[in-house]
Write a protein that binds this ligand. Structure first.
Ligand SMILES: [Mg+2]
Length: 229
């Protein structure tokens, strides 16, 4: 293991990057969490959630006030814990391989996700991926995803006992918002088209590297590292 690899922080998005949740279960959970908090919403099926923080999603829904956020989040997390099972989750192609490859190489791993923290770890636990991650920035930390990389770096610094700079940070995500937040932060971004955005849609946002899956990391990650500006 190369100890200098520990200086590189790899921050993973969850939905569309590591896993896909089947059966529309998240929309049902959000709807029921809102109803249990007294919000009447007939349907949230037209809302696009990919790439947004949970805080942004909840606060954008009609009838949800900033004062209600913590009770909505609490209900949502209780319902996710209660209802989500491994049968609802598909681990995306190459994810087990890429995470164990990065772990064996000694890179520092973390999360950068729009999910609230408890929901994030619940999804990863049911997917069998939680043992890779002990730190990150989450959708209850801030509404604005652009500010999550700096928060993730701060949390990782405390967890790993070393400071990470933007040019020592790589974000791996599946949406234009993931690309934008990396560009805002001046960290690097690997985009992967396993979520709801196509390869050509992501290409327009000019990620540093664009993949159709995370499979076979030996074939792209070393080259990505060598080509850094
Ligand atoms: Mg995503």
């Amino acid at each position: 293991m190369n100890d200098s690899n520990r200086k590189l922080l790899l921050l993973f998005d969850i939905d569309g990057t590591l896993i896909r949740i089947k059966n529309n279960i998240i929309r049902r959970v959000i709807t029921d969490a809102l109803i249990s908090c007294g919000v009447e919403i007939p349907s949230i099926n037209r809302e696009r959630f990919a790439g947004r923080t949970d805080r942004d999603i909840f606060l954008s829904l009609p009838g949800v006030t900033p004062e209600m956020f913590s009770s909505v989040r609490q209900q949502y997390e209780l319902l996710i814990e209660d209802r989500l099972s491994s049968d609802d989750i598909e681990v995306l192609p190459g994810v087990h391989t890429v995470l164990s490859y990065f772990q064996q190489c000694g890179y520092s791993l973390g999360l950068i996700t729009g999910n609230c923290q408890n929901a994030a770890y619940c999804k990863l636990r049911e997917a069998g991926l939680n043992h890779y991650f002990q730190t990150g920035a989450f959708g209850d930390d801030h509404t604005d995803r652009n500010l999550l990389p700096a928060l993730a770096r701060k949390a990782a610094g405390e967890h790993f006992g070393r400071q990470f700079l933007p040019d020592q940070t790589v974000i791996i995500g599946d949406t234009p918002n993931d690309i934008r937040c990396a560009q805002f932060d001046k960290s690097r971004i690997i985009a992967v088209s396993t979520g709801t955005y196509s390869y050509s849609e992501l290409q327009r946002h000019k990620p540093d590297l664009l993949l159709s899956s995370l499979e076979d990391p030996e074939s792209w990650f070393d080259a990505f590292q060598r080509n850094r500006a």
